[in-house]
Design a binder for this molecule. Structure first.
Ligand code: TMP
Length: 207
């Protein structure tokens, strides 16, 4: 008897500058998918595995060369893909990752100047053909994101960067979205939380 192969799950990623509010919407997305009977694996980068979380602690708090940072992001990503993302997608689960490779293009390339072609090589090596099916980009003006960060917990290395860094970051993210219009949905996150929630629910209902 032939065994029916399980349909591959979907890979959803959340992106945006620090302070854009993307992580606030994770419970909404999980609830919306679960209501449809879908298994959801919620994870994050850098992190998502034991090794990845150890690398995260270094990445967020230790000063290092931007290329070292890029390599460590991809080392954590390799482990994450191998042990969490691919197995989950194969069994039909949806994977919701708070950041993925678009963050490397935005932070390490756009804001810190690492060459896009080096990142592309690592992307190909580490991910093969794996790409998110849907990326929600939470967009806010730089002054709003910086204002939100002042009132948040003790800032990490990235959150302590200046307005110029955040401007480059925002512009890199918006360029990524323009270059990948079928995968990206840009959300104006500079509005009331309940309005953003409705927008997020509507988008997720389409995947
Ligand atoms: P988080 O604050 O969304 O948890 O993300 C952790 C920080 O790591 C955030 O400031 C962005 C940064 N980061 C990069 O610089 N490059 C990457 O590839 C990823 C995944 C995150």
């Amino acid at each position: 008897m032939a065994i029916a192969s399980k349909k591959r799950g979907k890979f959803i990623t959340l992106e945006g500058m620090d302070g854009a509010g993307k992580s606030t919407h994770i419970p909404t997305i999980i609830a919306a998918l679960k209501a449809r009977g879908i298994e959801v694996v919620s994870t994050r980068e850098p992190g998502g595995t034991r090794l990845g979380e150890q690398l995260r602690a270094l990445l967020l708090h230790d000063a290092m060369h931007a290329e070292t940072e890029t390599l460590l992001m991809f080392a954590a990503r390799r482990e994450h893909i191998e042990t969490v993302i691919t197995p989950a997608l194969k069994r039909g689960a949806y994977v919701l990752s708070d950041r993925f490779t678009d963050a490397t293009y935005a932070y390490q390339c756009g804001a810190k100047g690492v060459s896009a072609s080096k990142i592309k090589q690592l992307e190909k090596w580490v991910q093969g053909k794996l790409q998110p099916d849907l990326t929600l980009l939470f967009d806010v003006p730089v002054e709003i994101s910086m204002k939100r960060l002042i009132t948040a917990r003790e800032p990490d290395k990235f959150e302590r960067e200046d307005a110029k860094f955040f401007e480059k970051l925002r512009s890199a993210y918006l360029t990524r979205a323009e270059e990948n219009p079928t995968r990206f949905r840009v959300i104006d996150a500079n509005q009331a939380l309940d309005k953003v929630k409705v927008i997020v629910e509507n988008i997720v209902s389409t995947i």
